[in-house]
Design a protein around this ligand. Structure first.
Ligand code: KIV
Length: 267
């Protein structure tokens, strides 16, 4: 019997029973099939595709059209996993632009939820999207689309003031109607606190093991990127006999909370 499709309600139930949610980025139909077969529950068509597929230094050049294209590819390969697409840089600078971009990602790209970066600055937009039936995933901590303002890919929330701002933004996003939150590169203790504080599931990347789920960039966890991988990632292909085995190892490691381990964690 086919398993029921995964929805935001499924993820909320998983949070309630403390079952870790497994998420990976995905950019095409072939990987969508492999990821689902391995047991990945959430496929994120991240604007990281600008870096890992297109070879840019940042995610900034990625367009709504490109994300809709990759989302549609993933949608054709998926059956069960929840499909989230990123809203690219400046595509949600106003609520009107956000509605148009989300419409394209959902209608042409088959996305079931959209993700956007930021806290206070995006609350009105989140409310507007949700009021029009668009499920929203927030993204706090390290915000790759703000890389030039942040001055580098660094951990966020390490001092009292910025930790407080992240806590505050997390609650405000939930109140605005976000159904899910990604926390990127924040200390493990802060991520744990926010995961316990929020009713909505929190998916971590570089945020310790105590979030409600984990996400990694697919090309990082398969060791496909040249150069040093981010400290919070792991090459799951090492010691495995192929991609399906590496994906299964990732699913198992997240489900058993063996990943992230101490060496991938910022305290
Ligand atoms: O674009 C992306 O891949 C992301 C993940 C790193 C969470 O936003």
């Amino acid at each position: 019997m086919a398993l029921a499709p995964i929805s935001i309600t499924t993820l909320a139930a998983m949070k309630a029973r403390r079952e870790p949610i497994v998420c990976l980025t995905c950019y095409d139909a072939a990987f969508a099939r492999l990821l689902e077969r391995a047991g990945v529950e959430v496929l994120l068509v991240g604007d990281s595709l600008g870096m890992v597929l297109q070879g840019h230094d940042t995610t900034l050049p990625v367009t709504v059209e490109q994300l809709a294209y990759h989302s549609a590819c993933v949608a054709r390969g998926r059956r069960r996993a929840l499909l989230i697409a990123d809203m690219p840089f400046l595509s949600y600078a106003t609520p009107e632009r956000a509605l148009a971009a989300a419409g394209q990602l959902m209608q042409q790209g088959g996305a079931q939820m959209v993700k956007l970066e930021g806290g206070a600055a995006v609350l009105e937009t989140v409310r507007r999207l949700v009021s029009q039936g668009v499920p929203v995933c927030g993204h706090l901590g390290l915000l790759p689309q703000s890389i030039h303002r942040l001055g580098g890919y660094r951990y966020q929330g390490r001092d009292h003031t910025s930790a407080d701002a992240i806590r505050h933004d997390a609650l405000a996003l939930q109140e605005a109607g976000a159904g899910l939150l990604v926390l990127e590169c924040v200390p493990a203790a802060l991520a744990q606190e926010i995961s316990l504080m929020l009713e909505i599931p929190v998916i971590g990347i570089g945020a310790g093991v105590e979030t409600d789920g984990q996400v990694l960039v697919l090309y990082d966890m398969l060791g496909l990127n040249p150069g040093t991988p981010p400290r919070f990632s792991r090459d799951f292909l090492v010691g495995q006999d192929g991609v399906p085995a590496a994906l299964a190892a990732y699913v198992q490691a997240v489900k058993t909370r063996a990943f992230p381990a101490a060496e991938q964690t910022q305290w």
